[in-house]
Structure formats: structure tokens, C-alpha cells
Design a protein around this ligand. Structure first.
Ligand SMILES: [Zn+2]
Ligand SMILES: [Zn+2]
Length: 208
């Protein structure tokens, strides 16, 4: 995608389109292979990459005035789905350092989707918010959670596993309970949303 952007910026949109098409073929093939095991942590990641490549290619082809092909139809379809799924605004559940460390000890599988370390967890959260900011008009924010509250929530919900779905559901319950999220993004010189007390521009802003 980066190569594609550079090519477009330098007036080689046709070449960019070829690169992106090749990339899309590869990543969709990989996604196909994983389709039979959607519980594989790699699946979500590959699906996200294919979505982004699909959109990038779609944009370049529009710029070139090319007619829609099957991939373009898919790009539009998926974008509509995404827009529907993002209400006006989005809040992401985030665990401060001691909480995340504890959560990882209890549920090592969290590492796959949410980061193998706290730094990765912050980067993943920042990335998710940035992705959402591109596609949603409303306010964005983070809600800091705790490992205990997450465990308690999972217990009441009757699930032993803590996975992406549990985290989403816990987030929803916190939002419903009226907890005010920390607005995102902070000003560049304001304290970072992650609670590090560093300036945003020196903390999570460059982390992605
Ligand atoms: Zn289109
Ligand atoms: Zn930070």
C-alpha cells in the first residue's frame, strides 16, 4: 500500500494499480486458506489487510477512471457494511498497564488480537481509533477497563474465555452504564489518552 501511495504521488497510478492488484490476489488467497478456521488469530488480521488493500486499489482505479470490476464491487459492499457497523462515534475499551499485564497473565490468548505487550496494546488501540476516525463522523474515545471487571463480566455472561467478542460486549456494557469515555484524539501537546502522563505527540501518536 505504501508503494502504491508513492507511485500515485509520483504520477504512476497505472503501476500502482498493478501492484495493488497483485497484493490483493495474494492476500485474498491467504484469506481463503484461513476461511475454514476463522478462530485462527491470523484471520482477523488478514481480513483487515485485504480490506485496506481493496479500498486502496478501489481509490486508485477510480482516480484512473477505470470501470468497476468484481473487486471494486466488493470494496463498495464492504465499505457500506463497515459504515453501517460504525455508529456515529465509537468507544474502544483499553486496559492501563498493570491491568493489561494482569489480563495477559490470566488470558494469554489476548496477545493475538490486543498486543503481546502493553506497548503493543496501546499501539493496537491507537490504530483502531485511527481506522475508525477515517470512517465515522462522531466522537471517538477510550474507556479504561480493569482485568477484574473483565473477568467478572465474563463470569456473569457465562463465558470462560476472554476474546475479542467478550471485550466488545464488556465495552458495550460500560458504555451503557454511562461511563464517560476519555475523548480521542487528545491535542498533540496534551497528556496522552493511555495515562502515561507523556505528551500525546511523544507517546501513542507516533506509536502506530
Ligand atoms: Zn466504487
Ligand atoms: Zn500514550
Amino acid at each position: 500500500m505504501l508503494v502504491g501511495e508513492v507511485l500515485v504521488a509520483n504520477g504512476h497510478a497505472e503501476v500502482a494499480e498493478e501492484w495493488l492488484t497483485e497484493a490483493l490476489d495474494v492476500v485474498l488467497r491467504r484469506q481463503d486458506e484461513l476461511e475454514s478456521k476463522p478462530s485462527d488469530p491470523a484471520y482477523d488480521h488478514v481480513a483487515m489487510v485485504s480490506f485496506e488493500v481493496l479500498q486502496a486499489r478501489h481509490g486508485v482505479r477510480h482516480e484512473l477512471g477505470l470501470p468497476h470490476d468484481e473487486y471494486d464491487d466488493l470494496a463498495d459492499e464492504l465499505m457500506e457494511e463497515l459504515e453501517d457497523s460504525l455508529d456515529d462515534g465509537a468507544v474502544v475499551l483499553f486496559l492501563p498497564q498493570p491491568e493489561y499485564d494482569e489480563a495477559l497473565r490470566s488470558w494469554p490468548d489476548l496477545a493475538a488480537d490486543h498486543g503481546a505487550t502493553w506497548d503493543e496494546h496501546r499501539a493496537t488501540t491507537e490504530q483502531e481509533l485511527r481506522m475508525r476516525a477515517e470512517h465515522s463522523a462522531g466522537g471517538l474515545g477510550v474507556i479504561p477497563g480493569t482485568a477484574d471487571a473483565l473477568a467478572e463480566f465474563a463470569r456473569t455472561a457465562g463465558s470462560e474465555q476472554i476474546n475479542a467478542a467478550t471485550i466488545q460486549a464488556h465495552r458495550d456494557s460500560l458504555v451503557d452504564s454511562g461511563i464517560a469515555p476519555i475523548p480521542w484524539p487528545p491535542g498533540r501537546n496534551d497528556p496522552c489518552w493511555c495515562g502515561s502522563e507523556s505528551k500525546y505527540k511523544k507517546c501513542c501518536l507516533p506509536r502506530v
